[in-house]
Design a protein around this ligand. Structure first.
Ligand SMILES: CC(C)(COP(=O)(O)OP(=O)(O)OC[C@H]1O[C@@H](n2cnc3c(N)ncnc32)[C@H](O)[C@@H]1OP(=O)(O)O)[C@@H](O)C(=O)NCCC(=O)NCCS
Length: 135
């Protein structure tokens, strides 16, 4: 791949970085008063999809996810930020890393508490893999 193409892809990766912040209200928590895991996964799936779509502006389907570790509970009454960034670009597929950062409302600082990778494939009108970019 030429350096111009590499540069263009690097620009697209930066331009498609997607950040979404949310408050953890009781409507999204489980019986431990921490964020329900299924909700965290749904948010991560959505952020990764937005990131991937902004990157290539093609019709995409999720083909797989990598292992996702929940390393820290996310209590009700905190703030989280989800950050999605393209991490691999193939011919018809790409990968997006999504991190969830946890912040206390009333003190500075934050830590990464969940990280995952979502893999997408660009598809044509018949649902068949199609190149991410024209030649
Ligand atoms: C995604 C889908 C179109 C891929 O079709 P396929 O015939 O298996 O694809 P291919 O074997 O030709 O592979 C196409 C690309 O996907 C990649 N790929 C295939 N399976 C993969 C997997 N499990 N994880 C990561 N990448 C994968 C291949 O490496 C290839 O990448 P490249 O072109 O960048 O080198 C097909 O599996 C499908 O329709 N799945 C259902 C998707 C869906 O409904 N998702 C949920 C709702 S969005």
């Amino acid at each position: 791949m030429s350096s111009e193409v590499d540069d263009a892809i690097a620009v697209k990766i930066e331009q498609s970085v997607t950040r979404v912040s949310k408050v953890i209200f009781p409507t999204t928590t489980n019986h431990h008063s921490t964020l329900f895991g299924g909700t965290a996964l749904a948010w991560m799936d959505e952020v990764s999809f937005i990131t991937a779509t902004r990157f290539c502006r093609k019709r995409l389907v999720t083909v797989s996810t990598e292992k996702i570790n929940f390393t820290h509970p996310i209590p009700s009454g905190t703030i989280v930020e989800l950050v999605g960034k393209v991490s691999r670009v193939g011919r018809t597929s790409l990968a997006v890393n999504v991190s969830i950062f946890l912040e206390d409302m009333y003190s500075e600082g934050r830590e990464e508490v969940i990280h995952g990778q979502f893999n997408f494939v660009a598809v044509d009108d018949n649902g068949k893999p199609t190149p991410l970019f024209e030649k």
